[in-house]
Design a protein around this ligand. Structure first.
Ligand SMILES: Cc1cc2nc3c(=O)[nH]c(=O)nc-3n(C[C@H](O)[C@H](O)[C@H](O)COP(=O)(O)OP(=O)(O)OC[C@H]3O[C@@H](n4cnc5c(N)ncnc54)[C@H](O)[C@@H]3O)c2cc1C
Length: 401
């Protein structure tokens, strides 16, 4: 048996032993704050068992293992639907970026340990009302204030900001240069005076995203994580990590076996829907797509394990998985007839077709909208010319708002 398989079995056995106290079944119907409390308890237990920060450096409290061990553990964890959603962004992007770019190692170690144990949560403050796909067009200002900085402006769509203790933020420090050259990257204390968090309600009924206002929020220069004007590069590094998180997160929705069950029960023209050619074609198509993406993911994992940077193929994963999830969920709802119209707000998008369908549009925007991913594929994989950029070479304050 390979070392990796031994590790996977050890992880599976541990998860089996704790899952009855945390899994999706026991949490059904709990409020968000009750779920969060269970999530924090689970993270602490996961830390104590040695399954936290699996591929992170030992010096920061990680396990110092490889990416494959991390993925093996997460695949087993996903099977139980553990309460990890509140910490996905925190541990997925801001904390790894902090380890890479923050120079104050004692501070980083303390934050990493608390984040791994679920005691602290970090959010990612990038998008604004007029800056999402066009991140470099952001307007929140950071102005020099003595030996520190003062932040003024608004962020939007910040996941879990209402629970966050800290966040990473990109701000405009110089509007007189080209838009991506005048940005600087900081970490901020979300409890600092002048930070206001307001929830935004999404179509599926939840409000895990927020608008966040900054009114004269003071940050020290030691909170700067990029050279002044060099924030765009660190933001890009953060989003590269985000792509690999999305790669691992299984955006396909319910398993194909669930669809087969629905198609066996439904009837088309007096026969089980599973015998209908169009339904069989959809099943085969989805199976082929999932298998193709699994191969791409497996290759990316092996490259990361070997210390290489996987290519832009990661863009394919989210694009294909969420788009096809929306279509297949719609078909499943059609096959279920009136039963398909019942909406259970406590259901998960990975095992309920209605929830999977209604939450798919946000999935097609979050972490890179479809059209932006198509642009990446066109430019980086197919080698097509760059998208038209009328603001190229123009100082930010000369671009019409
Ligand atoms: C559930 C959810 C959670 C999120 N969490 C966070 C978070 O924690 N932190 C954070 O910073 N942000 C977060 N976001 C924001 C997310 O990153 C942005 O929504 C996304 O980047 C799109 O930006 P936008 O909403 O401004 O849409 P826009 O960029 O305005 O796009 C609108 C439409 O225009 C299209 N479009 C834009 N530019 C082009 C182009 N050049 N060519 C062709 N089509 C184009 C887009 O594809 C899209 O269809 C979250 C979003 C969602 C939905």
């Amino acid at each position: 048996m390979s070392d990796l398989e031994t590790y996977r079995q050890k992880a599976a056995a541990w998860l089996e032993s704790v899952a009855p106290r945390y899994n999706a079944k026991v949490r059904y119907g709990l409020s968000e704050t009750e779920n969060l409390a269970l999530g924090r308890a689970y993270l602490k237990e996961r830390f104590d068992a040695g399954f936290a920060g699996i591929n992170w450096p030992v010096e920061f409290g990680g396990q110092g293992l490889g990416h494959l061990e991390k993925v093996a553990f997460e695949a087993e964890e996903l099977k139980h639907g553990m309460p990890t959603v509140f910490f996905g962004i925190s541990l997925g992007m801001p904390v790894p970026v902090l380890m890479k770019f923050c120079q104050d190692h004692a501070f980083v170690r303390e934050r990493v340990l608390k984040a791994l144990k679920g005691e602290e949560i970090w959010c990612q403050l990038f998008s604004e009302p007029a800056a999402g796909s066009d991140l470099a067009g952001l307007r929140l200002r950071a102005e020099q204030d003595g030996n520190g900085w003062k932040l003024n402006g608004q962020k939007l769509w910040t996941s879990w900001a209402h629970y966050a203790d800290y966040g990473v933020i990109v701000a405009r420090t110089d509007p007189t240069v080209q838009k991506h050259k005048g940005l600087t990257y900081f970490w901020v204390n979300m409890k600092a005076p002048g930070v206001t968090v307001r929830p935004v309600r999404l179509a599926a009924g939840d409000s895990h995203v927020n608008e966040v206002f900054f009114d004269d929020v003071r940050v020290e220069d030691t909170q700067r994580m990029s050279p002044v004007g060099g924030g765009f590069g660190v933001a890009m590094a953060t989003l590269m990590i985000e792509r690999y998180v999305a790669t691992d997160s299984g955006g396909f929705g319910p398993k194909l076996d669930h669809f087969v069950e629905v198609a066996r029960k439904a009837v088309i023209n007096g026969k089980p829907a599973i015998e209908d050619g169009r339904i069989r074609q959809q099943l085969a198509r989805n199976y082929a797509m999932r298998s193709g993406l699994e191969s791409i993911t497996a290759r990316a994992m092996l490259m990361m394990q070997a210390g290489m940077e996987p290519g832009p193929e990661g863009s394919l994963n989210k694009l294909v998985s969420v788009r096809s999830r929306q279509k297949l969920s719609e078909l499943a709802i059609d096959l279920m007839g009136t039963a398909g119209l019942t909406f259970d707000e406590h259901a998960s998008h990975s095992d309920d077709w209605a929830m999977s369908w209604i939450s798919a549009p946000t999935g097609r925007i979050a972490g890179g909208a479809d059209e932006m991913l198509l642009n990446t594929i066109a430019e980086k994989i197919l080698g097509l010319p760059q998208d038209y950029r009328p603001d190229k070479g123009v100082a930010f304050n000369q671009i019409p708002a």
